[in-house]
Design a binder for this molecule. Structure first.
Ligand code: GRF
Length: 245
């Protein structure tokens, strides 16, 4: 996938499909970055597994096609993932972006999209896979925390990490204040990774992440001066889901 900066025919831009379950503030950051030209790509579809996900407001606001597939309507995880894959494929995506999509994906689904399936996780992986990352980082007395964007593989939160954003943990932090700081970093991190993938600076080759044609041995780090406007979440129509069900 490769696209150059500057005005481009929208039809020639890499196609992104974003999957959400909740607030969708990362989706908002990606939309903003595509709209202002920072990310040379186009969000062609949004899919939510929750009908009341607050992030669906972005689809309405920006006239982006959205589909809701309620996992509760399906008899099994496999059946849900099969339909989910069909819906995603119908958008012909170059990248499938998990942005707070709170579902554990089946191996069949992951295999179908390997190499174009990304996730953002609120920790400095491999630390704190799974849930409650901010609580656990505070309990451990960490001085630094952050977020990671990685390719998704069959192993939960275990795929190759592309880039991380680091934030300090302050003595007065609560899980909530730390989560807010990490999310602000996420809003810079995810668009930057997508930009690099869409411009070809980062590639997935033979299950290895390469940057400038060299395999990445350690994750890239987001420079602290890469400042872009913070994105407000839309009014929440439901609390952000916590469980990966
Ligand atoms: C983010 O913190 C992300 O790290 C995690 O889920 C959260 C989604 O937030 N995977 P939002 O829905 O993008 O606001």
């Amino acid at each position: 996938m490769s696209s150059t900066a500057g005005p481009a025919n929208p039809d020639s831009l890499p196609r992104l499909v974003v999957l959400i379950s909740g607030r969708g503030s990362n989706l908002g950051a990606l939309i903003e970055a595509c709209n202002n030209g920072r990310v040379p790509a186009r969000i062609v579809g949004i899919v939510s597994n929750r009908p009341n996900a607050g992030g669906l407001a972005y689809a309405e606001q920006h006239a982006i096609p959205a589909r809701v597939l309620n996992h509760r309507d399906y008899p099994s995880r496999e059946a849900f993932d099969e339909d989910l894959a069909e819906v995603i494929e119908s958008f012909h995506p170059d990248l499938v972006i998990l942005a707070g999509f709170m579902r554990i994906l089946t191996p069949g689904f992951v295999d179908r999209f390997t190499g174009r399936l990304l996730n953002i996780h609120p920790s400095l992986l491999p630390k704190y896979r799974g849930l409650d990352t901010h609580v656990r980082a505070l309990a451990d007395g960490e001085h630094e925390h952050g977020a990671s964007v990685h390719f998704v593989t069959r192993e939960l939160d275990g795929g190759p990490v592309i880039m991380q954003a680091r934030v300090p943990v302050l003595p007065e932090d609560t899980p909530e204040s730390l989560a807010t700081r990490v999310q602000r970093a996420e809003h810079r991190l995810y668009p930057e990774v997508v930009r690099r993938l869409c411009s070809g600076e980062i590639q997935w080759r033979d299950r290895i992440v390469t940057g400038d044609n060299t395999p990445l041995t350690v994750p890239l780090q987001l420079a602290t001066n890469e400042v872009v406007p913070d994105v407000e979440a839309p009014d929440e129509r439901s609390p952000a889901p916590r469980d990966a069900d």
